[in-house]
Design a protein around this ligand. Structure first.
Ligand code: SAH
Ligand code: SF4
Length: 365
């Protein structure tokens, strides 16, 4: 079982743990399954509404919070198709979750930590520093919120439910590995939330130990690695983590991951005007990926991300011509490459803009 610091909530338990908990109260195991269905299939918003459970059990369950996330605000952008939730945790920390609805799918972007300790200079979350790790229940409950939101929106067709989940919100997932992985297992559970492993993607700043662990996990979730520079000097300037795990080590771990899993890895590359978007840097990136990550067929992909503004940084967003020129070079070198379509910029819900505005305001005063 996990952690002692935070208050536990019902979303911190998997089915086996709920069964144990209820068994201790003298309840048969089918009651735990009923409760689990309420939590992950029916998305029942309160214990009182689980009316098929006996009143005595409901009274007992009500002593534990259903979720420790308190929804403070939902901001809506992109004509209703992007929604950002701000949650307050019992200790005052805030986290954000973003729901993006597309014609054929709905993606939720989930946070794994309140703040982040990795200090990437281009990222709003990094500027907060690490407040704390989220519990598995706090991670899971964000996906539950997204599902409930979709249900309330009455979205029809495939986008009416969460079809994709990315761990690309606040925080570094591999710096909170155990709890994050418990959340993955729980969201995947076919008896519960039932989200396919291939529908989940984790993004890491490049913690090599986490990449090694992920290669040995039983669920084949997708891996994205934040690279952002083709050489160590620049990468260390942008991302302090590079001093601990320089590019050669990161690439060696990636190569092993690909060899072991036979799964494609995505590299994320945020484009910063005049910093990392020069044609010679595109060539260097293409050469690096060709050399390092292609023992057999090339199982890599590059996702170019036009930088989203973060107030108070001296950085600039690459002009569109530079983005397309960069993409063209990678394509010419045979590296599959896409440009990430933006969502939620006007409500500061885009990549790297999550900082929980309330917290920032407190910090500035
Ligand atoms: N900590 C993890 C996952 C969260 S960040 C990581 O760093 O990979 C998700 C992605 O958004 C990362 O690739 C990150 O580098 C990128 N990002 C951070 N700040 C950004 C910004 N201001 N504009 C665009 N992308 C940003
Ligand atoms: Fe943390 Fe990722 Fe932001 Fe870097 S980019 S500070 S690792 S959230």
């Amino acid at each position: 079982m996990e952690h002692t610091m935070e208050q536990r909530c019902l979303y911190d338990y998997n089915l086996a743990e709920l069964t144990e908990l209820l068994k201790g109260w003298g309840e048969p195991s089918f009651r735990a399954r009923q409760l689990y269905r309420h939590l992950y299939v029916n998305l029942t918003a309160s214990v009182e509404r689980m009316t098929d459970l006996p009143a005595t059990l409901r009274a007992r369950l009500a002593e534990l919070p259903l979720s420790t996330l308190r929804l403070e605000r939902v901001q809506i952008g992109d004509a209703g198709l992007t929604r950002k939730a701000l949650f307050r945790l019992p200790d005052g920390a805030v986290v954000e979750t973003v729901l993006m609805v597309y014609p054929d799918r709905s993606t939720v972007c989930v946070s794994t930590q309140a703040g982040c300790g990795m200090g990437c200079v281009f990222c709003a979350t990094g500027r907060l520093g690490l407040l704390r790790n989220l519990s598995s229940g706090e991670i899971v409950a964000q996906a539950i919120w997204a599902s409930q939101e979709l249900r309330a929106m009455n979205a029809a067709g495939p986008s009416g439910r969460v079809t994709n989940l990315v761990f690309m919100g606040m925080g570094e997932p591999f710096a909170n590995y155990d709890r994050w992985w418990q959340a993955v297992e729980r969201l995947h559970d076919p008896q519960g939330f039932n989200l396919g492993a291939r529908s989940m993607t984790v993004s890491t700043v490049g913690l090599v130990k986490g990449i090694e662990r992920l290669a040995n996990e039983r669920l084949p979730i997708n891996l994205a690695i934040s690279l952002h520079a083709p050489d160590d000097t620049l990468r260390s300037e942008l991302m302090p983590v590079n001093r601990r795990y320089p590019i050669a080590e990161l690439m060696a771990a990636t190569r092993q991951y690909i060899t072991k899993t036979r799964r494609r890895v995505s590299f994320e590359y945020v484009l910063l005007q005049g910093k990392n978007d020069h044609p010679h840097q595109a060539i260097a990136l293409a050469r690096l990926l060709r050399r390092e990550a292609s023992p057999g067929p090339m199982l890599v992909h590059v996702n170019l991300i036009p930088w989203n503004p973060v107030p108070g940084t001296p950085l600039g967003r690459s002009e569109w011509e530079r983005v397309t020129a960069f993409q063209q070079i990678l394509t010419d070198y045979g590296i599959p490459c896409t440009v990430r379509v933006e969502r939620g910029v006007e409500i500061a819900a885009a990549c790297g803009q999550l900082a929980g505005q309330t917290t920032l305001m407190v910090e500035m005063t």
